[in-house]
Design a protein around this ligand. Structure first.
Ligand SMILES: CC(C)(COP(=O)(O)OP(=O)(O)OC[C@H]1O[C@@H](n2cnc3c(N)ncnc32)[C@H](O)[C@@H]1OP(=O)(O)O)[C@@H](O)C(=O)NCCC(=O)NCCS
Length: 208
């Protein structure tokens, strides 16, 4: 398997793989698909990498520099004032035949290194469907913390997760261990706590 940066020449393969992954999903809520113009923009921004087996694209992962005036910008969730310091961890998908090797996180580590080397950004933000266990594990393993849980994208539950590249997020207040499926608690209290760890069942929250 070979990992490399993706270019416009890979666009058709990216769209084909995304369709294959989406159609294979039992729960379509898991993946917010991305259209061709958006992938083109991410390719131009340069934070999109893919895994190839021979010449076949098997997995992709991308970060995205959001427009500063995006009405759904995630900076507020993390109390970040300067939106220019923010990049999003946007999308990953892996061919069903290539799962089970932690590829999402391996690609994530490479992209975080690229973002760090770029030097323009201090925070990586992302949203995660609370029941998407592999994605939740992936984000915690990369060092992301849950800074808020809310309803977005016209009615879907999402954690907002944040990775600070310079100073790690800290919260030393009262600890609360919450079942990862207890969305009600998270919607009510998530703003006041930071979710620090996930053991596959429970998330450890600390008061900000
Ligand atoms: C999410 C995705 C990229 C992860 O693929 P992957 O890197 O191969 O993940 P793995 O299969 O190695 O699993 C990672 C961990 O999640 C766990 N996991 C995977 N599927 C699971 C499930 N359905 N339920 C519970 N745990 C699960 C694995 O056991 C593993 O845990 P471990 O490392 O503690 O043993 C892949 O499943 C995918 O393409 N899904 C569809 C698209 C998607 O959801 N993208 C993310 C949102 S943009």
């Amino acid at each position: 398997m070979k990992v490399r940066k993706l270019t416009v020449d890979d666009l058709n393969d990216i769209m084909t793989l995304q369709t294959l992954v989406y159609e294979d999903l039992q729960n379509k809520m898991i993946l917010e698909t991305i259209d061709e113009p958006e992938f083109t923009e991410m390719i131009e921004q340069g934070f999109i990498i893919g895994v190839f087996e021979e010449e076949d694209l098997k997995a992709i992962r991308a970060m995205y520099i959001p427009p500063i005036d995006d009405p759904e910008h995630l900076a507020e969730d993390g109390g970040i004032k300067d939106r220019e310091e923010v990049i999003y961890s946007e999308i990953s998908f892996i061919h069903p035949d290539c799962r089970g090797q932690g590829l999402q996180t391996k690609l994530g580590r490479q992209l975080v290194e690229r973002v760090q080397a770029d030097g323009r950004f201090k925070h990586i933000l992302t949203t995660v469907l609370p029941t998407n266990i592999p994605s939740l594990k992936d984000k915690f393993r990369l060092g992301f913390k849950i800074v808020n849980t809310r309803i977005m994208y016209g009615g879907k539950y999402r954690h907002v997760m944040q990775l600070n590249l310079n100073e790690p997020l800290e919260a030393a207040g009262e600890k609360k261990t919450v079942d990862y499926k207890n969305i009600e608690w998270m919607l009510d209290h998530g703003k006041d706590y930071i979710g620090f760890d996930f053991d596959g069942e429970n998330i450890d929250y600390y008061l900000k």
